[in-house]
Design a binder for this molecule. Structure first.
Ligand SMILES: [Zn+2]
Length: 273
């Protein structure tokens, strides 16, 4: 039986990894990886809010993935227990993107989330893009870069030619968002793709000395700036446009993206002949 992790210990761990008062941060998390936290996910959230202070902003993915009729007020988050607890926290705002909503608490939460259903999940003007632009950080708490959605924002900034390819062949292209003022039909644009190969960014970020490492509870964790993630992705994809595509034959998005990149390569080669 391992010891209970207390709120004081958590606060110390969060400060040690580099989280500061007034920070805006998106949290990707695995509660189970932390060990036994006294008070569970509510303690994790309360401690984060303490460390960030009244001017801080805490953001979490509350993705629902397959919701073609999305009611932001009731649909549970499928991205972990901490994210669901953030969604249910008093004062939390949830964006209206039908498949990749986020929840935010704190300074600027409403402005960050506004209009998310009108743009792509991770497009320019999406909450994670706005967060990076305002100097926000990314905290990977017991999860790897496969969970780091800001890498998808980087793919958009790099303008890779596969942004329109959906996650799977049967992904839906439109959805209904149920809002307080009625149903809104939205088009799914720039669907956030496959992240299985996103571990490739870690080396590039470490070369830039952009990652703070630490344990939070028992969870192996990393803290970085969203802007650094986006810049590292742009550099990586300029050198090799396939760098973030997996080779899993089951990944429709990555397989289709490879075919497209290959066609473009041949087309370019023929053009210079
Ligand atoms: Zn893939």
């Amino acid at each position: 039986m391992t010891a209970l992790i207390t709120r004081d210990e958590l606060a110390e761990d969060l400060s040690r990894i580099g989280l500061e008062r007034g920070d805006a941060v998106v949290l990707h998390s695995s509660l189970r990886s932390m060990g036994r936290v006294d008070g569970g996910p509510e303690t994790v959230i309360a401690t984060l809010r303490d460390v960030l202070g009244p001017n801080g902003l805490l953001v979490a993915p509350t993705y629902t993935y397959w919701t073609q009729h999305f009611d932001p007020s009731i649909e549970p988050s499928l991205t972990g227990r901490i994210t669901e607890a953030i969604r249910l926290s008093p004062g939390a705002v949830r964006s209206w993107h039908p498949t990749h909503s986020v929840a935010a608490i704190g300074n600027g939460a409403a402005a960050l989330c506004a209009g998310h259903h009108l743009v792509g999940a991770v497009s320019r003007g999406s909450p994670l893009d706005r967060l990076a632009a305002r100097g926000g950080k990314v905290l990977l708490l017991g999860v790897g870069h496969v969970a780091n959605s800001t890498i998808h924002v980087g793919e958009v900034h790099a303008n890779v030619p596969y942004l329109d390819i959906p996650f799977s062949a049967d992904s839906f292209r439109a959805a209904t968002v149920i809002t307080p003022s009625g149903d809104v039909q939205v088009e799914i644009v720039q669907p956030s793709g496959c992240s299985r190969a996103f571990g490739a960014i870690e080396h590039a970020l470490r070369r830039r000395d952009a990652i703070g490492d630490g344990l939070i509870g028992m969870a192996v964790s990393q803290l970085m700036r969203g802007r650094d993630v986006i810049e590292a992705v742009i550099d990586l994809l300029q050198a090799d446009p396939t760098a973030l595509l997996c080779t899993d034959p089951d990944s429709y998005r990555c397989a289709q993206a490879r075919v497209r990149l290959e066609h473009r390569r041949f087309a370019r080669r023929d053009a210079v002949r």
